[in-house]
Design a protein around this ligand. Structure first.
Ligand code: NAD
Length: 326
């Protein structure tokens, strides 16, 4: 099979591309950045998804498209770039794929389409109403609409995967990493909340600073610890590869992620013990993050079985953290 992997320089795309190559497939990558893959069966188109000529070149002659690339930002200043990359980009890649008579198009959507941070019921299934509350989530929902439209008006098979939050295990204890840094480390979280303009949260977090780098257990205003899914990139790649070929995936919408959510009150003490960093607890204004998303449809219909629960990821995260200390 010849497969186009968009976002091939990213977290999930780069791992999926390597998995496909290891299984003997031909892979074409499409990303703004070079994926740096050295393999005779790999070629890359460098450019933006919303550039029609580049998207056509990327889709020419491939059997399937895994559209895993997207721009992720929650900053108001990034809004135009977000819609260009995720809405116009998805429309143009889809049209190029249909013109090139690609067999299947798999789209990486997000749990932010529900949105997971403000669910109407739990566990969140694919039947939960979609009412995004972030511009990013909105771009993903419009993306889903574009994918469904293309599936109706052309013979292309489409699969929508609503991705869980996803991390490489090595990112979990990296204070400089984009997601895990401000999620688990106090000072990066202060900076993030300042950037979002959440002054009350930033002040509460700053007041808890013990005078040295520290981990932070975030809870809501009533003291309920945050709870969310954190899925290993390797499990996401497994799900994406199932969606690429499984006959029952065609036309479907599936939540893709770890089976159990991560309770921050369980993992932060383990992180503190393994790293020796102090742990502070901060109750932030508002309802906080507290969700559980069901992957039952993906498991029962397509046989998906995640293999990297958080504690297994943490073992690797601790090793990576130790390597960074020397
Ligand atoms: P990533 O940020 O690591 O990789 C995305 C890649 O897309 C990057 O290499 C980037 O250069 C490329 N890209 C961005 N805009 C582009 C454009 N306009 N043209 C060409 N390339 C462009 O993301 P990831 O973590 O691998 O996520 C993969 C997919 O899953 C994305 O669609 C993302 O929105 C979705 N998703 C991710 C998470 C998560 O927690 N990581 C959660 C839900 C959904």
């Amino acid at each position: 099979m010849k497969v186009l992997v968009t976002g091939c320089a990213g977290r999930v795309g780069s791992f999926v591309a390597r998995q496909l190559l290891a299984s003997g497939h031909q892979v074409r990558g499409f990303d703004l950045r070079s994926a740096g893959v050295e393999d005779a069966a790999f070629e890359q188109v460098v450019g933006a998804f919303d550039d029609r000529e580049t998207a056509s070149r990327a889709c020419e002659g491939v059997d399937a498209v895994l559209h895993l690339g997207a721009f992720m930002s929650w900053l108001p200043a990034d809004r135009d770039k977000l819609f260009r990359a995720n809405v116009e980009g998805t429309r143009i890649v889809l049209e190029a794929a249909a013109d090139a008579k690609v067999g299947r198009f798999v789209f990486a959507s997000s749990g932010e389409v529900y949105p997971e941070n403000k669910p109407e019921f739990q566990p969140i299934t694919e039947d939960h109403p979609t009412k995004p509350r972030s511009a990013y989530g909105m771009t993903k929902l419009i993306g889903e609409g574009l994918v469904k439209f293309q599936g109706r008006v052309s013979p292309i098979e489409t699969v929508i995967l609503r991705f869980s939050h996803t991390q490489n295990a090595s990112e979990l204890l990296d204070p400089d990493s984009f997601f895990s840094g401000p999620r688990f480390f106090l000072r990066p979280k202060v900076k993030q909340q300042e950037a979002f303009g959440n002054r009350a949260a930033a002040d509460l977090l700053r007041a808890a600073d013990p005078g040295q780098p520290a981990l932070v257990l975030t809870r809501n205003e009533n003291g309920r610890p945050f709870r969310m899914h954190i899925t290993d990139t390797r499990d996401m790649a497994t799900g994406v590869l199932i969606a690429l070929t499984h006959p029952k995936a065609a036309g479907g919408v599936f939540n893709l992620g770890a089976t159990d959510p991560v309770d921050f009150a369980d993992v932060l003490p383990v992180m503190a013990e393994k790293t020796g960093l102090p742990l502070v607890t901060v109750d932030l204004p508002g309802a906080g993050v507290w969700y559980h998303t069901s992957n039952q449809r993906m498991r029962e219909t397509l046989g998906f079985e995640p293999e990297w629960p958080i504690m297994r990821m943490l073992d690797e995260a601790v090793e990576a953290w130790k390597r960074r200390q020397v």
